[in-house]
Design a protein around this ligand. Sequence first.
Ligand code: FUB
Length: 448
Amino acid sequence: MQNKHLQIKVLILSFLLHHGLASQNPVIRDQYSADPSARVFNNKVYLFPSHDILATPGKGRVGWFCMEDYHVFSSDNLTDWTDHGVVVTQNKVPWVRPDSYSMWAPDCIEREGKYYFYFPTFPKDTVAYGRGFAIGVAIADKPEGPYLPESAPIAGVKGIDPNVFIDKDGQAYLYWSQRNIYAAKLKKNMRELDSEVYTLRNLPDSGLKEGPYMFERNGLYYLTYPHVENKTERLEYAVGDNPLGPFKFTGVIMDETPGCWTNHHSVIQFRKQWYLFYHANDYSPKFDKARSARIDSLFFHEDGRIRKVIPTLRGVGTTNAKDKIQFDRYSSISNSGASVEAIDTLDRFQGWKSVLSSQGAWIQYNTVDFGTKKLKTVNTRVKSASGGVLEIRINSQTGPVIAELVVPASNNWVIIKAPLTGQVKSIQNLALVAKDNRIVETDWVQFE
Ligand code: FUB
């Protein structure tokens, strides 16, 4: 009987684990989500990524980027994301090759209550996977769609990675790339160019540059872009006092990401904080054309220069203590005896686990909100063939112990419950610490 209860409990908790809301990096947990273009509309953040899928014979080019549609996501706290589903798909756009599988990096912008979604791909009259990318627009009344695609791509534009910027005077600009970065003014209808095409100069001469993203802050125009300075892409920026430049190369926003050749980003300010959206290949460590969107905070120096962003797994936002806290998306980790591994290497969307294997090894997860009411217990999903003991401490690995978790020897995942000691309230940083040298794996920790 007891076994049956345990099984039911495990089933319910497993359902919650796989259908729970996402937080931390990567932010989208059930599909690939590359080239994240984020926008703030109506006090919410909307995310317009490319949707990487894996090509198979007859469906895309095997071993290359493969995308057939776009989803849009939204969040009002940068932690919990809603997927609004497919907004544009290759076989429903009149001018697109229905077998293009090349719906690359998009962008979206609002003008006078309409939402303009820009996307590059191969038109019907081009060779798939050649150099003939065009850029189209689809228009909606709401950020989450439905979007109605125009019947033809934007005339005069050849390339990828559209980005749209509307200046304070109402003038809109389209930026895109094709090894270099180009820009042109857009007409008010947001569907036609209104100037010649400018090649943006004074950026590093050699090495691929793509994925432009323009924003303005305190009268300074930031042209940000991925560039291959060494081996793979890093994020750089140049500044100017005009949306069309001239720009002056100013620095690196994010260094190369080991194991992922591309990076692609956007920058937004949301409730007074600036954020960098970018991607890495978290769910596909061996194939870097299946990528996932991430978010980290971005800060400026006094003189307007951007501080380099160091990518984190913890990401941004507060985690509610009653949600599943994934220590494997850590803020910091001990130099030895602690690691992060995939729960199932055959299904990486199952996420990760923290593994502690020596006395004193620790993993820290910051900014957990315990609220104002005293929580009494902690549930933890753990596995240890030998059994072992973990502690949860607040502040750091040497801070006060708030729970001791005695993990039974088992080859299966089990959920154990332990009492919480002391008054833990408001926002806390937590550390999970090994009390002995036995190996203990932790999937999540949740307070109630
Ligand atoms: O997602 C396909 C391409 O990879 C994008 O268009 C580039 O910016 C790079 O991220």
